[in-house]
Design a protein around this ligand. Sequence first.
Ligand code: ABN
Length: 174
Amino acid sequence: MKFLDRFFERSSRHVASTTSRRNFLSKLGSLMVVGTAMPVLLPIDRTAKALAAESPSAGDPGDPNSCDYWRYCSVDGFLCSCCGGSVTSCPPGTEVSQVTWIGTCRNPADGLDYIISYNDCCGKHSCGQCACTRNDSEEPMYRPFNNNDINWCLGAKANVYNCTVAVIRGVATG
Ligand code: ABN
């Protein structure tokens, strides 16, 4: 019986100490501190912001069929939006290259810099429409890692180049 008394006393004390108002407030305080530190400590997924910029709206100004469209700041090739595809999708019958050229373009709507990948669409002869050569931050061919005059279809199943898409991959920070 003494054992049971002690057991129930201890459990009741434990429940009382862990459910007190002070304990609740201290836990809430800890959570708040951790919550404010989280964005600084953890890598943040900014895909939502990037996807918001994907939707054609006031947040994505300009004409995707024009070389002047903000996402094409570092493009070199035929725009898929003029070739039966769109700014983000390849024309039917072509496949997207997995190896690609990456640029950083400023969206005039929100002033943010976005990481854009310029994937080539492969498997059909050159589209020939809307040829664009903007090349922000591009460097000469003797620095191949910083040059975008490259047929990325050479890394795909079908090596024939058709056109280029411009896909937002994220928001550039720092
Ligand atoms: N990345 C566009 C491209 C394709 C073929 C040749 C030059 C540039």
